[in-house]
Design a protein around this ligand. Structure first.
Ligand code: PEP
Ligand code: MG
Length: 765
């Protein structure tokens, strides 16, 4: 693509992003494309699924009267052909083509050349973009790639518009459909019925929801106070910068102050409030409008002011949010929604009041989800099309088993889900009989079930559900809940709690595993490719002072209990373990000397989560006492699929043949060296994969407390001989979905259907 095309592309994308409606985006697109490609016509047809037609939504060149009226059936005309084939159609003499359809309303017959590109989103055709010329010519490959790139951008905009109901502009303007379903990824199973509470990051203009003002004069008052504070803040900044910036560089501050003049932005914001909007929403609307207008301007200087305008908007918003004492109280029916909810933000809330969590970003094994799972909160993530801002206080059903979210569900659906909820409560009650049972197969093979912990609630639930130890203590979780690195004594007290609740049982404490999606609020690591970056042991070896304070705290906490095991995360190479062992030895000697007490040397293990470890078991066995598989990361790295990216969630499967084969070999390698091996990724807590792991030879499975009873029940009912047969069969399969259905079939036909039931067989309302 030429530089000029790239520049045009950049401009179009920028303007589309700043536009406020789908119609506007489409108009921007057709006008710019026609101009940039010097074509007579550029049109966009969108698929109207309800009527099974492609509707002409925008056009530069065709009769304007036709826009919004002309439509084609699915397979009709050249547009239909593009949609059907899902590929580019490039013709120099379109009227000669057998599929050419003459549409008199458009005056189309005089255009000879035709280039149609499908607009695809998640493998689905959303529409077709067409350029046409009177002159008969083949469009170049560069023209094709230019349009393909644009269509890829456009598809996101259309998908979003679909989600917020704007696609119905030609039928039902700006109305969120009464009832709508969204699909995401299941993070933590369960069902909830309730109302949405938006958790939006502070001072994020784009995230401010639409909400009606309860009391208009109160909102006006709040705005005035906020504006006064912002004016003060800007004057203060101006004073402060007097010596650092030249007068013209400080001119921005006077621009800000002029914008804040009563007759400027404030007047517009107040008008919005008087129309019934709450102050924060009014600020968002006014700033958005101006941003869209500025972005269209030819003048570079003015276009660049967009950033300043947004900055000013954020300042007003930040003040309003401080003033807004009106933070909604959570009730038992609160369904938390947001773009992304961090672990820290979650645990700050009264978690027993959260009925469910739904986020537009994130994926099934992100840290927040792991914590939500421990807390037993139904969670759906990666609902990319969720129109968050329009959902404040809206009634919802969350079916986290299927990753589905229903907005404004009809009564019939609510009644059905309430019944299912009751059935689930009954299943949970029945499972309680497994709290006191041992995990022994009908043919007498015992499996040790451990619990993964991080929060105190995991410990309490783990003990209550009969965990035989802690297989993974995620030490980064308490770090996430603070506003600074906790000191050694503070850590000692936390670790002691964990160790003492499981006195006489092994407790595997993992050293700090931060980086990638595990961000500390006070130590952000910004990297382009963070999953492959500075995380786990790579970070702690670069910060031996943090590593040592943790090790020292763990050692001190273990005095008299002697049940401490230490686990190193994200190990890639032997040298990392050698370095860590050196530090561990040094700290062990030092703490004993300082405390004047003998401390049992903890067993040291490494996590198998980077594929390189799979091939070095011989070497690592020389150095460490045990191995623990982190299947969440191992799956991510073996399949090269981001565990947090909902777009590729369907590629992420721990039942992938490569994972199953790697794990089978790994167990054999470890057994050859007489090294204990356990598994603590989410795979261990899924009954169908737990059975396979048991058959491979894993005799210790560590999981979230919410999965212990289900896995124990599965083990109590599936003989090892059956598990081995299942394993032998699935190891020959090549498709994770087939593996899954094969295992589920066994469960269903052996009276264990409730363990694999995606709770719901709902008649779509
Ligand atoms: C894993 O990667 O499987 C694991 C247990 O660690 P975490 O999920 O904390 O990365
Ligand atoms: Mg991991």
């Amino acid at each position: 693509m030429s530089n000029m095309q790239l520049e045009t592309l950049r401009r179009i994308v920028q303007e589309i992003n700043a536009s406020t409606s789908l119609h506007e985006s489409l108009d921007i697109m057709v006008n710019h494309v026609a101009e940039a490609m010097h074509v007579d016509v550029c049109s966009i047809y969108l698929l109207d699924e309800r009527n099974h037609r492609y509707l002409l939504m925008a056009s530069k060149g065709l009769n304007p009267e036709a826009v919004g009226h002309v439509s084609l059936q699915l397979g009709e005309g050249l547009v239909g052909l593009v949609g059907q084939r899902e590929e580019i159609v490039n013709l120099d003499n379109a009227p000669k083509h057998e599929r050419f359809l003459y549409l008199p309303e458009t005056g189309e017959e005089i255009y000879n050349s035709f280039l149609g590109v499908p607009v695809m989103y998640r493998r689905k055709v959303m529409g077709v973009l067409v350029v046409q010329n009177k002159e008969s010519q083949d469009f170049s490959e560069a023209a094709e790639s230019f349009l393909v790139t644009l269509c890829a951008q456009l598809s996101g905009v259309i998908a979003h518009a679909h989600a917020v109901g704007n696609i119905d502009v030609f039928r039902k303007p700006n109305n969120l459909p009464a009832y709508k379903t969204f699909q995401g990824v299941s993070g933590s199973g369960g069902i909830a019925l309730g109302r949405a509470v938006i958790l939006y990051p502070p001072a994020d203009l784009g995230a401010v929801p639409d909400r009606e003002a309860d009391d208009i004069s109160e909102e006006l008052q709040l705005l005035d106070t906020a504006l006064d504070s912002v004016r003060e803040e800007i004057k203060h900044l101006d004073d402060k910068m007097q010596h650092a910036l030249m007068a013209e560089e400080r001119a921005l501050f006077s621009v800000f102050l002029r914008m804040l003049d009563e007759n400027a932005l404030p007047a517009e914001i107040k008008e919005q409030i008087r129309e019934g909007n709450w102050a924060q929403g009014a600020v968002r609307i006014v700033i958005d409008n101006h941003v869209a207008r500025f972005a269209q301007m030819e003048d570079d200087y003015l276009r660049e002011r967009v950033a300043d305008l947004k900055d000013l908007g954020r300042r007003i918003l930040a003040r309003l949010q401080v003033e807004d004492a009106n933070h909604r109280e959570l009730t038992d029916e609160s369904i938390l929604i947001g773009e992304e909810i961090s672990t820290a933000a979650l645990v700050e809330l009264p978690v027993d009041k959260i009925a469910a969590i739904v986020t537009s970003e994130g994926a099934m094994n992100s840290h927040m989800v792991i914590v939500a799972r421990a807390l037993g909160i139904p969670t759906v993530v990666g609902v990319t099309e969720l129109p968050i801002n329009t959902l404040d206080d809206v009634e919802m059903i969350v079916d986290a088993h299927q990753g589905r979210v229903f907005i404004n569900p009809p009564r019939r659906l609510r009644t059905r889900y309430k019944e299912i909820q009751k059935e689930e409560e009954q299943i949970a009650k029945d499972l309680r009989q497994y709290e006191t049972k041992d995990a022994i197969t009908p043919d007498g093979v015992a499996v040790r079930l451990f619990v993964n912990t991080g929060l105190m609630i995991d410990v309490v639930r783990g003990v209550q559900r009969g965990a035989k130890g802690v297989g993974l203590y995620r030490s980064e979780i308490p770090f996430m809940l603070r506003d600074r690195f906790p000191g050694e004594e503070e850590q000692r007290a936390i670790y002691r709690q964990q160790l003492s609740h499981f006195a006489n049982k092994p407790v595997v404490m993992r050293t700090l595993d931060i980086g990638a999606d595990k961000d500390l609020p006070y130590f952000s690591i910004e990297e382009d490719n963070s999953a492959l970056g500075w995380r786990g042991i790579r970070f702690t070896l670069d910060h031996p002072e943090i590593f040592s304070s943790q090790i020292r705290a763990m050692l001190k906490a273990s005095i008299g209990l002697n049940n401490l095991h230490i686990l190193l995360p994200m190990v890639t190479s032997v040298s990392e373990v050698e370095e860590a062992l050196y530090l561990l030895e040094r700290d062990w000697v030092a703490v004993q000397e300082e405390e004047q007490v003998k401390i049992t040397k903890p067993k040291i293990g490494i996590m198998v989560e980077v594929p390189s470890v799979l091939y070095q078991i011989d070497e690592f066995s020389e150095l460490v006492d045990f191995f623990s598989v982190g299947s969440n990361d191992l799956t991510q790295y073996l399949l090269a699929v981001d565990r947090n990216n909902p777009r590729v969630a369907s590629v992420y499967s721990h039942l992938h043949p490569a994972i199953l084969r790697a794990l089978s070999r790994l167990v054999q390698d470890c057994h050859r060296h007489n090294k204990p091996i356990s598994i603590c990724g989410e795979m261990a807590g899924d009954p169908i994969s737990a059975i396979l792991l048991m058959a491979m030879g894993f005799n210790t499975l560590s999981m979230s407390s919410s999965n212990i009873l289900r896995v124990r029940k599965a083990i109590c009912h599936v003989p090892m001989s059956d598990a081995q047969e299942l394993l032998a069969h699935v190891l020959k399969l090549d498709n994770p979905l087939v593996v899954k259905s094969w295992l589920e079939r066994y469960f269903r036909t052996h009276g264990l259907g409730d363990m694999v039931k995606s709770a719901t067989r709902i008649v779509s309302a």
